[in-house]
Ligand binder design. Structure first.
Ligand code: SF4
Length: 220
């Protein structure tokens, strides 16, 4: 029978939501601090980091979609970044009539500095035992994937949605997965969350892969 404390307890999912809100407060403060030191607001900083991961550049609507912010916000931020000399607009590689935003050399140098900023959250995460970090990473990937399939956030370039991903096909418990593109085995800690070689799996393969990946819950 539940005791007095347990009877008034909140659902675990609600407490997890509260805890994530607290973490989000720290992350927001962290990003204001690290980007602010370089004269950027968080959206401008996130645009630079996104562009550093997209060598071919991004159109304004793609940036808005990826960062889940409005088109006017992206336009204003990109205009400011152009003024500061960190990005430039040029023809998109796949369509000469379209315009893509790319990093300038100064922008690339700045992103290297941003990447070297550890941040409060990163140092807290680093302090966790590796097994907890891997398990947490796996849980986060599951949450991100759920948010993607329900249309809350855009599809990302994660292994779990990639046509080259073969989950749990090897007996080696440290490296049970396989990347068919580079033909190597790997474990959960090496799962990519934003892989440039990612290609979206068709619906059938994606569902089959997810079932196999999610069936095994331990982090490796
Ligand atoms: S190509 Fe990239 S995203 Fe796809 S399985 Fe290989 S490492 Fe993962």
């Amino acid at each position: 029978m539940a005791n007095a404390l347990e009877k008034t307890d909140l659902p675990l999912s609600q407490k997890l939501g509260h805890a994530m809100n607290r973490v989000q407060v720290a992350m927001r403060a962290d990003s204001w601090e690290s980007f602010g030191q370089r004269g950027l607001n968080p959206t401008q900083g996130q645009i630079l980091i996104l562009l550093s991961q997209r060598a071919v550049g991004q159109r304004l609507n793609e940036i808005a979609n990826e960062l889940a912010v409005s088109s006017p916000t992206v336009s204003d931020s990109v205009a400011t970044l152009i003024e500061k000399g960190y990005v430039k607009k040029s023809k998109a590689k796949d369509d000469a009539r379209a315009v893509a935003v790319r990093l300038t050399s100064a922008g690339k140098r700045l992103v290297e500095q941003l990447d070297s900023v550890g941040g409060t959250i990163q140092s807290v995460l680093s302090s966790l035992p590796e097994s907890e970090q891997i398990q947490l990473y796996r849980t986060m990937l599951r949450m991100v994937r759920e948010l993607q399939v329900t249309g809350k956030i855009p599809m990302g370039r994660m292994c779990v949605t990639c046509r080259y991903f073969r989950p749990n096909v090897h007996k080696d418990s440290k490296r049970p997965h396989h990347c068919a593109l580079v033909d190597v085995a790997f474990g959960d800690r090496t799962l990519r969350s934003d892989c440039p070689e990612h290609e979206v799996a068709d619906e059938h393969l994606a569902a089959q892969n997810w079932e196999s990946f999610a069936a095994c819950s331990s982090g490796r």
